[in-house]
Design a protein around this ligand. Structure first.
Ligand code: HEM
Length: 447
């Protein structure tokens, strides 16, 4: 066996304590010390940290069949994701993805832009009344992006239903942040134990199930609308001619809702912080917006002209990829970069680590959107930049996310400035990469 560089750590626990204390710092240390493929031990079992772009490519693309998505190890999340795109594998995944893929093509999403603009304008109006206050940027971004996903998807507007859904989604997301191993194992192996945490999460899941089911049945008896629900209801598998049944439709909608707002909210939260730390890039961005839009919100045709905006969003996600780590499980033995990989092992793909490899990203800690512009951008290794994953399971919401983030920033940036005022952001690696205190920043009108 030609094993990769290996870190055994403590007896039985292996590297668990180091990971629990600081997963990103420790993983970066492992990559810097041992390279782009490191074998580690945790709870008596070996796993692999894969960060070198060519190796990432093998796992996500060239030999993707050998690297399946592991079952959710978070106690009850499988109830939510099971049956939707994120939680299925093999032939079932292929069929589901084939049906949904055309609805998320860039062109198909253009009809959703007016809704995105109108909700961004609502936030701008709200911010006008908050000038001078210190705001929690993550909460503000989360709220508007949640409205965008629910309204573009289900056609429902801010009101009681949306509040209930938001609460249920937050409960589910909070559970996914629960890194208390014992609680997770108890929830998973003794699902029927009368435990308050189980009840809260079960109630949230049933609320999501019943609300979305009733929206679907209402829609079936009413006029078609211009939203994603309609697109998914009308979608047909090109091979079989069949669409989703009601249960699949419900699971898909919930999956998209949960996957689609916290990630973008984190990305924009970090971007606001970075723009205040790099004033010149912020000024250039505002100039680009003023020049291209002259005070109005970006419409479909403008997006291609907002090159610096897209580059700034991309560079923000290079430094702070919302999905900082995602797992695979090797099916059979494989060889990566000349090293043996055992079948049945956990593989960690870590955008946060890959995005800091100095061989691909000179001065990796510096925020420089120009990396994503012109000739420089053409030289980027496809698997050195993986905030949306890669290969067949590339994020389905990639275009949706880029469009909604560009629209929102194009409305807010020319009018407002957010200031850290001496606050130093702290990265917290929960399920998504979030700012520990929600990025408190002072809201000012742009002069
Ligand atoms: C900045 C925003 C986003 C980021 C950083 C992000 C990141 C990711 C990543 C890394 C994956 C791949 C995970 C893996 O391979 O295991 C993924 C998959 C997925 N994302 Fe996103 N995402 C974002 C926005 C969205 C949005 C807006 C939606 C839906 C509207 C969405 C829906 C999904 C779905 C359904 C999958 C599973 C795809 C499949 O397995 O076929 N995401 N996302």
């Amino acid at each position: 066996m030609n094993n990769p560089p290996t870190v055994n750590g403590l007896p039985y626990l292996g590297i668990y304590k180091n990971i629990k204390k600081d997963i990103l710092g420790y993983s970066l240390h492992l990559a810097n010390t041992h390279g782009g493929l490191v074998r580690y031990k945790q709870f008596g079992k070996y796993g692999y940290q894969v960060s070198e772009p060519e190796y990432v490519k093998q796992v996500l693309q060239t030999n993707a069949k050998n690297y399946k998505k592991p079952a959710f190890d978070v106690s009850r999340l499988d109830q939510v994701f099971k049956g939707g795109l994120i939680g299925v594998d093999g032939d079932e995944w292929t069929r589901q993805r084939r049906i949904i893929q055309p609805q998320f093509a860039r062109k198909a999403l253009m009809g959703l832009i007016p809704t995105m603009i109108s909700l961004s304008e609502d936030l701008a109006k709200k911010w006008e009344g908050k000038i001078g206050q210190t705001i929690n940027v993550f909460e503000e971004m989360g709220e508007v992006l949640f409205s965008i996903i629910t309204q573009t998807m289900l056609g429902i507007s801010i009101g009681e239903t949306q509040k209930d859904i938001a609460k249920a989604c937050n409960t589910v997301n909070e559970e996914s942040r629960n890194f208390n191993l014992l609680a997770r194992l108890a929830g998973k192996h003794f699902p029927n134990l009368p435990n308050p945490a189980n009840k809260t999460s079960d109630d949230a899941v049933s609320l999501l199930h019943s609300t979305v089911s009733s929206i679907i049945s209402e829609r079936k008896n009413s006029e078609p609308k211009n939203d994603l629900l309609q697109m998914l209801m009308d979608a047909k598998d090109e091979e079989s001619g069949e669409g989703y049944n009601d249960l699949e439709l419900r699971n898909q909608i919930i999956t998209l809702m949960l996957a689609g707002y916290e990630t973008s909210a984190n990305a924009l939260t970090w971007l606001w912080g970075l723009l205040d730390q790099y004033q010149q890039h912020q000024n250039d961005l505002v100039d680009e917006l003023k020049h291209a839009l002259g005070g109005r919100a970006a419409a479909e045709d403008d997006l291609k002209n907002l090159k610096l905006m897209k580059a700034a969003i991309e560079e923000g996600m290079r430094l702070y990829p919302s999905v900082h780590t995602f797992p695979r499980e090797s099916v059979n033995n494989d060889i990566i970069g000349g090293f043996d990989i055992l079948g049945g092992s956990r593989i960690n793909i870590q955008p946060y680590i890959t995005h800091r490899n100095p061989d691909y990203w000179p001065k990796p800690e510096v925020f420089n959107p120009h990396r994503f512009l012109g000739d420089q951008s053409k030289k980027i290794h496809k698997y050195a930049y993986i905030p949306f994953g890669g290969g067949p399971r590339l994020c389905i919401g990639y275009h949706f996310a880029i469009i909604e983030m560009s629209i929102l920033m194009s409305v807010l940036l020319p009018r407002f400035e957010l200031k850290l005022n001496g606050y130093t952001p702290i990265a917290a690696a929960h399920t998504t990469l979030t700012e520990l205190n929600g990025m408190p920043m002072k809201l000012e009108a742009r002069k």
